[in-house]
Ligand binder design. Sequence first.
Ligand code: ZN
Length: 284
Amino acid sequence: MRLLYTSDLHGSQKHYDWLLEVAESLKPDLVVLGGDLLPDDSAIKPETLGHGQPTYVRSQFRDNIANLRDRSACRKVFVIFGNHDWASSVPAMEELAGEGLVTILDHRRAVKVSGLSFLGYSCTPPTPWYVKDFERLDKPGDRAPLLGGACWNARFSRPVHHGAEVLFEDVKTIAEELALVSAPEDPWVFVIHAPPLGTALDQAYGHKSYGSAAISDVLKKHQPLLSLHGHIHESPRVSGKCRDTIGKTIAINPGQSGRCLNFAVAEIDVAAGAVTKIECGQQS
Ligand SMILES: [Zn+2]
């Protein structure tokens, strides 16, 4: 089974066009998108915050995915969200899932394709960015960051700003949410927006580690065949690597760049439960 993975396209049409070109030439069985899929709503117009992304999902994103499915003939497109994505986009993405265009992955229920199972997880540890729907404290006892931000309020159909203590106080940590993971019996792949802490995959400029310790723990504990990450766009440029290993798990963060599409291709022998080939590439 051939799997094409990319992440952090942030609603950039040239990146979606490059993805289409790669998918058309590689003809993957599955395409996996690792979060931060949508454009940032402009903070210059506060009234549009949280409204632009669902509109984008129902229009350009939908067209991009429909084209991708037509031209690559892939069987499934798996998606998760990321820290830049508003929760207001979830119902729009669920509409696309209802049409069979995408499958939204989560950490509680595995999705299986031809003997290969998938789980997904969208949340990251706290960032300096404003959208907080998919951010969590990493572990119980972690201190809330200084900066607050906004979460989508579905009742009022607008984002509501809070300080960090309020945002994170009553929300489960990444470690607590991932405690619900039960590893599938089949070979499986875990798609997680944030990379594991202290690996070649979470390196920001200055060699600072911005990954999640809770994600590192869950990978050590459950040992999927493959874990696919994004979030830290510059990590492969800083560490010089787009892959690392955590026990038996091969972990990938192809990174992302403004000048080209960064992606990874994995060949998986499902019957043997083995990754037979993995490569990171760029398209421009
Ligand atoms: Zn991103």
